[in-house]
Design a protein around this ligand. Structure first.
Ligand code: NAI
Ligand code: MG
Length: 352
């Protein structure tokens, strides 16, 4: 028996509704593969912010530093500005634990209609830089409230930061279809983006079997809609990767199915696994949330912990339930969160 201790952060809204299904399927797949998961749950959320003035305690990172992984639902709630929930919880974890790769696989699944006609064969991964770039605290505002009011925000691109995320993308492409598309905008953004291009080219030179396409972000957004099946690995800065991965998830049919991994590839710190979607206040508390994004994120956690077979089984059961026609409302079905989860567990041979 291999034991793992997981830090659980349900967060807000449907975050708390999609993690119990993930725990249930992890228990089921774990039983078959000799894996045991125990959880420490943390109430870090907007609710906590409203009650105590902070999303998490000041020693929050220390409390989860020695866990094997972090599983997160979603954070954000009306009444708390979104930058508070992001900068008070997600960004400190991503940066404090050097989770510099944000991995977002996108697939068109059997039983999930894509809004695009003929988007049959989409199977791509967005590799988003996760700790620097456009999401920086450097900058400021001057002359508040005056006619000359202004805001300046600096983007930070480092040789080390770009090189390591590009290395990750190229290595990943070597294990897939040997194709990397680099998202850039070096025609308009004349300092950081040419630097990005130069560093990606340096990394490309070390991976001769991989074909590279360099695309400006605007044209790339259009191509992702027109011909999503052409892409294998897309590598982008923090902002470009964020936008492209939501776009790609929508192309695949629903934000509710999209997973993500925030990886510290060196394993000095725990990595964090979370569905791409937010807390969905419009459907929270109604049992309607699609848990697939969370289940797929749990499968990515199994991969990261070194159990690709268990991960594959979990995904086969989750995708198989969809193909059988058991779908949540966001996918045009009638199943609720519990019903879809039951169908997945059934496929794993677990009596409900
Ligand atoms: P959202 O992803 O929460 O919801 C967008 C739409 O998709 C809504 O109509 C929602 O009902 C639907 N949806 C999302 N996930 C679903 C699921 N699993 N099953 C079925 N339907 C689903 O994005 P929104 O509305 O922009 O943000 C709501 C809150 O969540 C905000 O406070 C935002 O800051 C936060 N947020 C947090 C994220 C995170 O924790 N990583 C990511 C995105 C947003
Ligand atoms: Mg996003």
């Amino acid at each position: 028996m291999t034991a793992y201790r997981i830090a659980l952060i349900p967060g807000d809204g449907i975050g708390a509704e999609v993690l119990p299904p993930a725990q249930a399927v992890l228990a089921a797949v774990g039983r078959r593969h000799g894996l045991e998961f125990t959880y420490d749950s943390f109430d870090w959320s907007c609710e906590r912010y409203l009650a105590e003035g902070a999303m998490m305690p000041s020693d929050g990172l220390d409390r989860i530093r020695h866990h094997d992984a972090v599983l997160l639902g979603a954070v954000g709630w009306p009444g708390v500005p979104d930058h508070v929930s992001l900068w008070g919880l997600l960004i400190p974890i991503r940066r404090g634990f050097r989770q510099y790769v944000n991995l977002r696989p996108v697939k068109v699944l059997d039983g999930v209609p894509s809004p695009l006609r003929g988007a049959g064969e989409v199977d791509l991964v967005v590799v988003r830089e996760n700790v620097e770039g456009e999401y920086s605290e450097i900058g400021g505002r001057l002359g508040r409230g005056t006619e000359d009011e202004l805001a300046v925000q600096e983007a930070v691109f480092t040789r080390k930061g770009v090189t390591r995320v590009a290395e990750y993308a190229y290595t990943l492409a070597e294990a897939r279809r040997n194709h990397v598309t680099s998202a850039t905008k070096s025609n308009g953004i004349v300092h950081t983006m040419p630097f990005w291009d130069q560093l990606v080219e340096e990394v490309a030179g070390r991976h001769q079997t991989v074909r590279t396409d360099k695309e400006h972000i605007d044209a790339l957004a259009a191509k992702l809609v027109l011909a999503p099946e052409r892409f294998d690995v897309i590598v982008g800065s923090n902002l470009f990767g964020d936008i492209l991965s939501d776009l790609a998830a929508a192309v695949a049919g629903s934000i509710g199915v999209a997973p993500s991994a925030n990886l510290n590839p060196e394993r000095e710190f725990p990595s964090m696994f979370e569905p791409v979607h937010g807390s969905a206040p419009d459907i929270a508390g109604q049992g309607k949330a699609n848990p697939l994004g969370a289940l797929w994120s749990a499968a990515m956690m199994l991969d990261h912990l070194g159990h690709p077979e268990a991960s594959g089984e979990l995904l086969a059961a989750a995708f198989g339930a969809l193909a059988d026609g058991v779908r949540t409302v966001d996918l045009g079905g009638t199943a609720d969160t519990a019903g879809y989860t039951r169908a997945v567990l059934d496929r794993m041979g677990v009596a409900a």
